[in-house]
Write a protein that binds this ligand. Structure first.
Ligand SMILES: [Zn+2]
Length: 509
């Protein structure tokens, strides 16, 4: 997969030949930008360039959607489960071949079955059929099919995703999961709804929430311990995935009954408040589900309430994950993005697909730019799962409006891609140039929910702060003042590491 430097240099030399030799006066970023333009129409050179490019952080990443179907088959085999040959659902043994429920091990070597399972657990080879008409429904249905193994193999799953992230020159990953594995939902089910949020909260806190939080943290401990063991992070030859800084977002299933959503939110804020690995709360599930739409305003009020109690817990929200025709137009006009920011306190927005249909879209875009609300843009997933291609794709809209954007994968396993492929779509599909790609990579770390002061003077103004301003040329030996900043801030350390990587990358052009 990785090409040698010499191969790289040959490609660079071939592409550079024929262009005027006035490159000495240009900055490394300018030269790199020029190279990308020359490589734009050469798929081999472009992909090689993008593979090597530093990519910062993936800020919108669902753990269960990021793992590939082949891995879930392995877990099902390990767990001794059965697979339904038609529905591709998993069940506990004993299997019953006559009823079509065969041992999962059969999906290792029975090639037609293996292909059927992979296609069912992803959007690979999707073709509309009478009982499976919509790629988006096929996409969401996949989660339910591999669910029996997804909650039992977090260690292996984390090892897979951080390794893949590092292979693509990512240094940071925020992944969404439910630390308590559904305990908060069960606790919420025991509650009767009460419009008094404070009363609801105290009943949950005195009724078992402490145990939910403790169990959730223990689940993360176990997962990280296993991940580190698989990757050999404490041994002599650690896997490259060990170098990725990993953080979690506590996801809340927004299509559930309101008392269960409330309990999940409380668990999320409590865990994030107590555990530095859990940096944010996020609402997930298809936004066009009944309760996600019907209770939307209530959910925003809940977030407003919890934000008042836990102001240090970050909030990122799936917002505007709706497309024309999918819902009534009134839902597109219902200001889901604006309310997520203004009432729900979202610092970052995932997807934001329906932004141009919101009331006063120009005003909303200006507000997002002014307040530095980052959009986690899953450009390739938007094309494949949502049909948002050409003029409907929102990436150029946000970029043009000056809204900070980072490219994120969403569900790279189910979509059968990886972050590099998303970068490629941005370049090939929307004419994004190198300075813009670099800006999005920097934005991914600037808006990452890691603690500490930034390396930059102001939000989305990528001018180095005074203590480090003279140190960029030699990142390996920062001055005393710069070292002090780096020692005090995890965010600045990540940004410094990335700038050093950019320095090395750009020096090749
Ligand atoms: Zn998502």
């Amino acid at each position: 997969m990785k090409k040698t430097v010499s191969t790289w240099m040959i490609i660079a030399a071939v592409l550079a030949s024929g262009s005027p030799a006035s490159t000495q006066s240009q900055s490394p970023t300018d030269r790199t930008a020029k190279y990308l333009e020359s490589a734009r129409n050469s798929p081999v050179a472009l992909l090689d360039f993008l593979e090597r490019m530093p990519k910062g952080g993936d800020l919108h990443h669902h753990l269960t959607g990021a793992v590939y179907a082949e891995s879930y088959i392995d877990y099902a085999v390990e767990d001794g489960l059965c697979i339904d040959k038609v529905a591709a659902t998993l069940s506990a043994p004993p299997c019953d071949a006559a009823a079509g429920r065969v041992p999962a091990a059969q999906a290792l070597t029975d090639f037609p079955l293996r292909n059927h399972v992979i296609d069912s657990w992803s959007i690979r080879n999707f073709v509309p059929a009478p009982d499976d008409r919509d790629v988006r429904h096929h996409f969401f249905a996949a989660f339910g099919k591999f669910d029996p193994v997804a909650s039992k193999h977090w260690g292996e799953m984390l090892a897979e995703v951080v390794h893949r992230a590092s292979l693509q020159n990512e240094i940071y990953l925020e992944t969404m999961l439910t630390p308590d594995q559904g305990e908060a939902t069960k606790l919420g089910r025991t509650l009767e709804w009460n419009d008094d949020f404070a009363a609801m909260r105290s009943r949950l806190l005195s009724g078992g929430m402490n145990q939910v939080v403790a169990d959730g943290r223990k689940n993360l401990d176990d997962a990280e311990t296993k991940m580190r063991a698989i990757l050999g992070c404490d041994g002599a030859a650690p896997d490259i995935g060990c170098g990725v800084t990993l953080r979690f977002q506590n996801q809340v299933l927004r299509a559930f009954p309101k008392e269960e959503v409330f309990a999940q939110m409380l668990a999320g804020f409590e865990i994030a408040n107590a555990d530095p690995r859990v940096v944010a709360v996020n609402l997930v599930q298809s936004q066009d589900e009944y309760r996600a739409l019907h209770d939307f305003d209530l959910h925003m009020r809940m977030l407003d309430y919890f934000h008042g109690i836990y102001p240090n817990v970050h909030i990122a929200l799936h917002a505007g994950e709706l497309t024309p025709g999918e819902v009534k137009p009134e839902e597109l006009w219902a200001s889901h993005i604006r309310k997520s920011i203004e009432i729900g306190h979202a610092e970052r927005i995932g997807h934001g697909l329906d932004v141009m249909y919101e009331k006063d879209a120009p005003g909303l875009l200006a507000e997002m730019a002014q307040r530095h609300i980052l959009v986690e843009d899953c450009v390739y997933s938007h094309e494949l799962v949502r049909g948002m291609t050409g003029e409907e794709n929102v990436l150029p809209i946000y970029l043009k409006a000056g809204v900070p954007v980072s490219i994120a994968t969403d569900d790279e396993g189910i979509v059968r891609s990886e972050l590099t492929g998303y970068f490629r779509r941005a370049v090939e599909g929307y004419h994004v140039d190198y300075p813009t790609l670099k800006q999005m990579v920097r934005a991914s770390l600037e808006h990452a929910f890691v603690s500490g002061a930034s390396l930059w003077v102001a939000a989305d103004n990528f001018t180095v702060v005074p203590p480090c301003a003279q140190d960029m040329a030699n990142p390996a030996a920062p001055s005393k003042a710069c070292s002090a900043l780096l020692a005090s801030s995890e965010k600045a350390r990540l940004q410094w590491k990335e700038e050093a990587a950019f320095g090395k990358f750009e020096a090749q052009f």
